[in-house]
Design a protein around this ligand. Structure first.
Ligand code: 13P
Length: 249
């Protein structure tokens, strides 16, 4: 049985007092025991989140890290720095960073290797843009993103990976992939992993869907056989919405 996961990506939201307010409410909630809850605050709130959540099962996740281990990279954060504040999981490949910070598949392949060498777990994001969806090239684009960044990893490395399919046209737009579109892509991704490695490995990898997941559509999306949960942006900023999504399996 694969892990069912709901991960909140706060992006550049929630300052210190907002983080405290949200997390103190979150720890009081009754959470389903069969769902892994994860939350990615901004870098400056990671330490605070680790402290508030120390007695909870919620995993604190970083939204990014640098591909290098250390050095002259002004403004950057290393894997070791994250681990030192108690953060063992990192989001890599988010489409906003691909688009705005020029994170290519090659850069991401390096980040993945650095994270794994640092014994960190990874939520690896990928997904096609609207143009690719319209031109029918979406399978091709996703296959390339996954192949270039992940398919030279050893089989063993995959136990540290969670995948997140986030079609760019559905992020922050209110437009969600239909449950059929999500299932179709997730099944395709699983079949790629099965062909490259083996089906037993493919069956173990959790594949999350991200892009305008809300309390009113989460259940339908999560009910698909190959969708193992969600990576949630906007709706993870509201505790009631976030908990409703956590309870949507
Ligand atoms: P929204 O849920 O706001 O569309 O964001 C999705 C996302 O980018 C999560 O990483």
């Amino acid at each position: 049985m694969r892990d069912q996961i709901v991960a909140g990506n706060w992006k550049m939201n929630n300052n210190q007092s907002e983080t405290e307010f949200f997390l103190n409410k979150l720890i009081k909630q009754t959470k389903p025991t069969d769902v892994r809850v994860m939350l990615a605050p901004s870098f400056t709130q990671l330490s605070q989140a680790v402290t508030i959540l120390k007695n909870d099962r919620i995993t604190v996740v970083a939204q990014n890290m640098n591909a290098e281990f250390s050095g002259a990279f002004t403004g950057e954060i290393s894997a070791d720095m994250l681990k030192e504040v108690g953060v063992m999981t990192v989001v890599l490949g988010h489409s906003e960073r691909r688009a705005m910070n020029h994170e290519t598949d090659e850069v991401l392949a390096k980040k993945v290797k650095t994270a794994l060498a640092s014994e960190m777990k990874i939520i690896f994001c990928f997904g096609e843009e609207l143009g690719h969806r319209k031109s029918g090239k979406y399978f091709e684009v996703v296959e390339k993103q996954i192949t270039k960044a992940l398919f030279d990893l050893s089989e063993g490395a995959w136990s540290n990976l969670i995948l997140a399919y986030e079609p760019v046209w559905a992020i922050g737009t209110g437009e969600t992939a239909s449950p059929e579109q999500a299932q179709e892509m997730h099944a395709f991704i699983r079949s790629l992993i099965g062909q490259k490695y083996n089906t037993s490995l493919a069956d173990k990898v959790s594949i999350l869907y991200g892009g305008s997941v809300k309390p009113n559509n989460a259940k339908e999306i999560f009910s698909n056989k190959d969708v193992d949960g969600g990576l949630i942006g906007g709706a993870s900023l509201n505790i009631d919405d976030f908990m409703a999504i956590v309870n949507s399996f």
